[in-house]
Design a protein around this ligand. Structure first.
Ligand SMILES: [Zn+2]
Ligand SMILES: [Zn+2]
Length: 317
């Protein structure tokens, strides 16, 4: 039996190929994939073209098929984070696990968009048994953990979320009573149907928000955030700008005492918070995924998400 997997081959294209099955890593797991979401970060060609050839998929959940760790018995449903910190270095101990050298060196083999993948022993420090979650919800743990980190440090008070793509929607679902802004009527309609307050950017009041989350990585989106910011507000940049682009921060940000912060990825304590939010039913896959597809349908869905025609596909097995 071979392992089917989705490989990013460059220039915005994905192919399904077959490779031998991964072998069980010492002290690790073999997982049979049940669900894997396509991440918006995997659509950024400038970022992905640096990683070639790259197997897609890190928003993943599946069933343990082989195990060398008693905490993760065969047959249990797990979420393994594709990067996991050592838990012992100074950065880990000060809550900066994302910047632990081990974090970057760890990954799933070959990746989550595959029939089966291996989880190395090092990744088990951020792997969790989630038998009580549906696989499609467990596959949201990784992106939701990034949003938990963003929201936790994003300031208190009246909140606004700029951009109502998947990550913006997750912010909205966690932040009760936030105002969501998007230029796209289709995205606003999707958010409104979820009962969220969705408006076009010009409908939002200037200088009225205390906690602003900028989900698209763009200067224009940041400037919308500046316009909405009340004195003393916090603006969180959730995504990077394009390659070679630098954020321009006007002097007014200083005199308005604005805090401008970044929220990149997520560490184990964020993962735990995301699992709790999913257990509490705050976010469900149907709220943020517009299609549930087979692996064979992914190359086509990849192009459609990249062109903004669909919100987000999740591959289910
Ligand atoms: Zn991602
Ligand atoms: Zn560490």
């Amino acid at each position: 039996m071979n392992n089917r997997l989705a490989r990013y081959v460059g220039e915005g294209r994905v192919e399904i190929v077959e490779e031998p099955l991964p072998s069980l890593p010492s002290g690790g797991l073999i997982v049979r994939t049940e669900a894997c979401g396509l991440c918006s970060g995997e659509l950024m060609s400038w970022y992905m073209d640096r990683k070639l050839p790259h197997v897609l998929g890190h928003e993943v959940a599946g069933i343990v098929e082989q195990s060398e760790d008693a905490r993760f018995p065969v047959g249990s449903r797990v979420f393994p984070h594709h990067h996991a910190p050592c838990g012992q270095c100074e950065r880990c101990e000060s809550g900066r696990g994302v910047h632990c050298p081990t974090w970057r060196s760890t990954k799933l083999l070959p990746g989550g968009m595959a029939d089966r993948f291996a989880v190395a022993k090092e990744n088990l420090s951020d792997t969790h048994v989630v038998d009580d979650l549906r696989a499609v919800d467990a596959a949201l743990i990784e992106p939701l953990a990034c949003v938990c980190k963003s929201v936790r440090g994003g300031g208190r008070g009246k909140a606004a979320v700029i951009g109502l793509g998947v990550m913006g929607l997750m912010h909205m679902l966690l932040l009760e009573g936030a105002t969501g802004l998007d230029l796209s009527p289709g995205r606003r309609d999707w958010a409104s149907e979820l009962g969220l307050d969705a408006r076009s950017p010009e409908e939002a009041e200037d200088s009225a928000y205390d906690a602003i989350f900028v989900c698209p990585g763009s200067q224009v989106a940041f400037e919308t955030g500046l316009r909405l910011a009340a004195p003393g507000a916090t603006i969180t940049m959730f995504a990077p700008l394009g390659p070679g682009e630098d954020l321009r921060v006007p002097q007014a940000a200083y005199f308005n005492d604005l805090t401008i912060r970044n929220a990149y990825s997520a560490a184990p304590h964020d993962t735990l918070e995301a699992i709790e939010a999913l257990r509490a039913g705050k976010v469900r896959a149907e709220q943020v995924c517009s299609e549930f597809i087979s692996l064979g349908e992914l190359p086509e869905a990849y192009g459609r998400m990249k062109r903004g025609e669909i919100l987000k596909p999740m591959v289910v097995w």
